[in-house]
Design a protein around this ligand. Structure first.
Ligand SMILES: Nc1nc2c(c(=O)[nH]1)N[C@H]1C(S)=C(S)[C@@H](COP(=O)(O)OP(=O)(O)OC[C@H]3O[C@@H](n4cnc5c(=O)[nH]c(N)nc54)[C@H](O)[C@@H]3O)O[C@H]1N2
Ligand SMILES: Nc1nc2c(c(=O)[nH]1)N[C@H]1C(S)=C(S)[C@@H](COP(=O)(O)OP(=O)(O)OC[C@H]3O[C@@H](n4cnc5c(=O)[nH]c(N)nc54)[C@H](O)[C@@H]3O)O[C@H]1N2
Ligand code: SF4
Ligand SMILES: [Mo]
Length: 675
C-alpha cells in the first residue's frame, strides 16, 4: 500500500449525493478529505460532516480490539479480548442456541451505516440465510414511500437529477435538501440563475431549505396527500392537464378526474392549513410551468399515511405530461437504475428454511420484549438502534434482558454497543473494497483500501466470512473475495442500464454512469406498463385504488404533533459523538410556534419537559414562526450526547405505516410543559 499520495474515494454515508472524494495521505495516514472536482454531479463540493471525517477515522474513542462486557448492561464497562476468543464465544453460543431454541432465536439488525453494497447487503445476507436466522425487514427509512411510488411508477425510477438544471419550477416537497441532498439544491440554484426557475418548498418546518425558497408553503403534518389531491382538482377543473399524455401513458385518468371532485380547495384548506388562495396559486403555477420537477422527500412518508402520500404526489407530473420534458417529472429515489445482481450478492437460495419468520425492524422493542418464540441473540451492525429506533424506551428495556446475548459490530462504542456482551471493531469504508451505487444520481463508484485497518478492526464482509468459518459452514460462497463479489454483482441481466460497468472499468474510470433510456415512450414496470393513477394492484392489496387522503391515526390526547427529524451536522446518530459536530449544532432545540408558547407562558430559551405515554425529553425551546401552531419540531438524533434527556425516539410511536412496514417517527403526539 502506498504511504503518500492522493487517492480516489467515495462517501460511504447514507446520503443520496454519494460524493466523489479525494483522500490525501502522508506517511501512511490520511491528512485531508476533499471533494473530487472530477465527479460529474458532486463536482468537488462536499458537506462539512465529511470534510471533518479524518477526526472520526482517527478518533481516540474508535474501537481497536474486540471487547467483552464486564459490568452491567448499558453501563459501558468492557475488557479487551482477542478475535479468536470473540469469535469462539459468539459461534459456540449460537451453536447452543440453534440446538435449544432453533436458529430463528438469532436476529440480525442492520442498516446503512456504510452504503457499500457488500458491507450493507452482501456477505451478511448470505451468512444469515445459511444460518437460518430470523429475517430482518429493513423498513426504518423509506420503505413506505418506495412502495407507494411503485404503485404509481412501477419502481425506484425518477429523472436524472442532472437534467433538473432545465426545470422552470422546482418543488422540494417534504425534504430538507439543504442538509440532506445539497447537490440537488445546487442544481436548483443553477436552474434559478439560468432560467429563472422558481423554488417552492412545502414543509412543516421553515428550516434551511425553507429559508432558501422563493416561496415557502407551511403545511400541517401528515396532510400532504390532501394538498396534492386539491392541486389535481384544480388542474382538471381548469383544464391544465395534458390530455394527450394522460390517454397515451396512464391508467385511470377518467376515474381520477371524477374522484378528485371531492377535494375542493375549501375542504383541502381546512385539512392542510394552506389557504384557498395559496392552493389555487400553487396549482396554477404547477399547471403552467414546464419543465417542472418535484423532489419528494422522506419526511411526509414517515407518517401513518406515508405510502399513500408518495403514491399520490407521484401522480402529479403525469397530469401535466411532465415526463416528456427534459428536467420534468420527479425523484423519490433512483436506486433501480444501478441495481446490481442482488440474487447473486445475497443468495436467497442459501436460506435453509423458506418459511423463516420475518421481523419488522421498526418493532425491535416490542419484538425483544414479547416475540414468541423469543429472540435470544441479537447481532447489530451498521446501525445504532438504541438511538435511532422508534419507542426507544422499549428498545432499551429489551436490550437490558439478561438472557439476550447481544453482539455489536461498529467503529465506536455506541449507545447500543453499551448493552452488548461482545463488541467487535469495524473498519471505516476507507479501509475496505466495496461497490457504491447512488440512489439519487446515476453514477457507480468503487472503493479500494486507502489505509490499513485501524487496530484490529475488520470489515463486515470479513467478519461474516470468519463467522461462517467458526460455524463450520463450508460453502465456498461464504468465503468469496470482495473483487469477485463485485464483478459478479455487476453482471445483472435484469438491468440493461449497467451493461458495460464492471470492476476493471470502474477501477480505471472511477465514475461510470448507468445508461438510462428515456422512460417514455416505453413500458414501465407496473402491471399495465403505464403510470397507474388508478391501481388494480392496490385494490388487491386492500388499499383504495385511487390516491386518497387518509388522516393520521389518533395518537392520544396530547396537544402537539411531534416531528423529530435529522439535523445538518450529524448523519442520523453518526457524528453525534464528535465534539466539533456537536459544537456546530450547539444543542437540541424544540421549535414551537409563538402563539402556543405564549399561551403556555413559555419564553424562548426556557427548558420544557416533552412527554407522552411512551417517554419524555427535556429540551430548550426556540419560539418563533418556523412551525405552525399545534406542531413542535426537533432536529438531530442526539443520543446521550449532552447528558440529560434528549433521546427523541423515547417519544416516537412504533406503529407501522400504511405501506411497506414503514416507520411513523413523525406521527406521534406530545404534551409540553414548562420545567
Ligand atoms: N445532514 C444530514 N443528511 C442526511 C441525514 C442526516 O441525518 N443528516 N440522513 C440521511 C437519511 S438516512 C435520509 S433518509 C435522508 C432524509 O432526508 P429528507 O428526505 O430531507 O427527510 P427528513 O429530513 O426526515 O424530512 C424532510 C423534511 O420533511 C419535513 N416533514 C416532516 N413531516 C412532514 C409532513 O407531514 N409534510 C411535509 N410537507 N413535510 C414534513 C421535515 O420538517 C423535514 O424538513 O437524509 C440523509 N441525509
Ligand atoms: N426520530 C427519528 N429517528 C430516526 C429518523 C428520523 O428522522 N427521526 N430517521 C430514520 C432513518 S431515515 C434512518 S435511515 C435510520 C438510520 O439509523 P442507523 O442506520 O442506525 O444510522 P446511524 O445512526 O448513522 O448509525 C450507523 C452506525 O453504523 C456504524 N457503521 C458505519 N460503517 C460501518 C461498517 O462498515 N460496519 C459496521 N459494522 N458499522 C458501521 C456507525 O459507526 C454508526 O454507529 O434512523 C431512523 N431514525
Ligand atoms: S454526506 Fe452526502 S453531501 Fe456529505 S460528503 Fe457524503 S454524500 Fe456528500
Ligand atoms: Mo434514512
Amino acid at each position: 500500500m502506498e504511504q503518500n499520495g492522493i487517492f480516489h474515494s467515495v462517501c460511504p454515508l447514507d446520503c443520496p449525493d454519494q460524493c466523489g472524494l479525494l483522500l490525501h495521505k502522508k506517511d501512511g495516514k490520511l491528512v485531508k478529505v476533499e471533494g473530487d472536482p472530477q465527479h460529474p454531479v458532486t463536482n468537488g463540493h462536499i458537506c462539512n460532516k465529511v470534510r471533518n471525517m479524518i477526526e472520526r477515522i482517527y478518533d481516540e474513542k474508535r474501537l481497536q480490539y474486540p471487547l467483552k462486557r464486564i459490568g452491567p448492561k448499558g453501563e459501558g464497562k468492557f475488557t479487551r479480548i482477542s478475535w479468536a476468543e470473540a469469535l469462539s464465544t459468539i459461534t459456540s453460543r449460537w451453536k447452543e442456541l440453534i440446538e435449544t431454541d432453533g436458529s430463528e432465536s438469532i436476529l440480525p439488525y442492520s442498516f446503512y451505516g456504510n452504503m457499500g453494497r457488500l458491507s450493507a447487503e452482501g456477505m451478511d445476507r448470505r451468512f444469515w440465510n445459511r444460518l437460518g436466522a430470523s429475517q430482518l425487514d429493513r423498513t426504518i427509512c423509506s420503505s413506505a414511500g418506495s412502495v407507494g411510488y411503485k404503485y404509481t411508477m412501477g419502481g425506484s425510477l425518477g429523472i436524472d437529477p442532472e437534467d433538473t438544471i432545465h426545470s422552470k419550477l422546482i418543488i422540494f416537497w417534504g425534504i430538507n435538501a439543504a442538509s440532506t441532498n445539497m447537490h440537488q439544491v445546487a442544481l436548483a440554484q443553477k436552474a434559478r440563475k439560468q432560467n429563472g426557475a422558481k423554488i417552492v418548498v412545502i414543509d412543516i418546518h421553515k428550516n434551511q431549505t425553507g429559508r432558501l425558497a422563493d416561496w415557502f408553503i407551511p403545511i400541517l403534518p401528515g396532510t400532504d396527500s390532501a394538498l396534492a389531491l386539491g392541486l389535481m382538482h384544480i388542474l382538471f377543473s381548469e383544464n391544465m392537464v395534458d390530455q394527450g399524455f394522460l390517454e397515451k401513458y396512464t391508467v385511470g385518468h377518467e376515474a381520477l378526474r371524477e374522484h378528485v371532485l371531492q377535494y375542493d380547495p375549501a375542504s383541502v384548506s381546512k385539512i392542510t392549513g394552506v389557504s384557498v388562495d395559496n392552493i389555487y396559486k400553487l396549482a396554477r403555477m404547477y399547471g403552467e410551468a414546464s419543465p417542472s420537477f418535484i423532489r419528494i422527500g422522506n419526511g411526509p412518508q414517515h407518517h401513518d399515511n406515508g405510502g399513500m402520500f408518495v403514491k399520490t404526489v407521484a401522480c402529479l407530473p403525469a397530469l401535466t405530461g411532465q415526463w416528456l420534458e427534459k428536467g420534468g417529472g420527479c425523484i423519490k429515489g433512483n436506486s433501480a437504475y444501478l441495481a446490481p445482481n442482488t440474487e447473486y450478492l445475497q443468495r436467497p437460495d442459501l436460506l435453509i428454511n423458506k418459511h423463516t419468520r420475518v421481523i419488522n425492524m421498526n418493532l425491535l422493542g416490542e419484538v425483544l420484549l414479547t416475540a414468541d418464540p423469543p429472540v435470544k441473540s441479537l447481532y447489530v451492525y451498521s446501525s445504532n438502534p438504541a438511538v435511532v429506533a422508534p419507542s426507544s424506551s422499549k428498545v432499551r428495556k429489551g436490550l437490558m434482558r439478561e438472557d439476550l446475548f447481544t453482539v455489536v459490530h461498529d467503529l465506536f462504542l455506541t449507545e447500543t454497543a453499551k448493552y452488548a456482551d461482545i463488541v467487535l471493531p469495524a473498519t471505516s469504508s476507507f479501509e475496505n473494497t466495496d461497490l457504491y451505487t447512488s440512489y439519487w444520481h446515476h453514477f457507480a463508484q468503487i472503493q479500494q483500501p486507502v489505509i490499513e485497518p485501524y487496530g484490529e478492526a475488520k470489515s463486515n464482509v470479513d467478519v461474516f466470512r470468519q463467522l461462517a468459518n467458526g460455524m463450520g459452514f463450508d460453502d465456498p460462497l461464504l468465503q468469496e473475495t470482495e473483487v469477485s463479489m463485485i464483478a459478479a454483482a455487476l453482471d445483472n441481466p435484469q438491468n440493461p442500464y449497467i451493461e458495460g460497468i464492471n470492476y476493471e472499468a470502474l477501477v480505471k474510470e472511477q465514475y461510470m454512469k448507468a445508461k438510462v433510456k428515456p422512460m417514455f415512450p416505453g413500458k414501465l414496470p407496473t402491471p399495465s406498463g403505464k403510470i397507474e393513477l388508478y391501481s388494480e394492484r392496490m385494490k388487491e392489496d386492500g388499499y383504495p385504488p385511487l390516491p386518497t387522503y387518509i388522516p393520521l391515526v389518533n395518537d392520544g390526547d396530547h396537544p402537539y404533533q411531534f416531528v423529530p427529524g435529522p439535523n445538518h451536522n450529524f448523519l442520523n446518530s453518526t457524528f453525534s459523538n464528535n465534539q466539533r459536530h456537536i459544537e456546530l449544532e450547539q444543542e437540541p432545540r424544540l421549535h414551537m410556534n409563538r402563539n402556543d408558547a405564549m399561551a403556555q407562558g413559555i419564553d424562548d430559551g426556557e427548558m420544557v419537559r416533552v412527554w407522552n405515554n411512551r417517554g419524555e425529553c427535556e429540551l430548550k425551546v426556540s419560539v418563533g414562526e418556523n412551525v405552525l401552531p399545534g406542531v413542535v419540531v426537533t432536529q438531530g438524533l442526539w443520543a446521550d450526547t449532552k447528558g440529560g434527556k434528549q433521546l427523541v425516539n423515547s417519544l416516537t410511536p412504533e406503529r407501522i405505516a400504511d405501506m411497506g412496514g414503514g416507520a411513523t417517527f413523525f406521527s406521534g403526539r406530545v404534551s409540553v410543559v414548562k420545567m
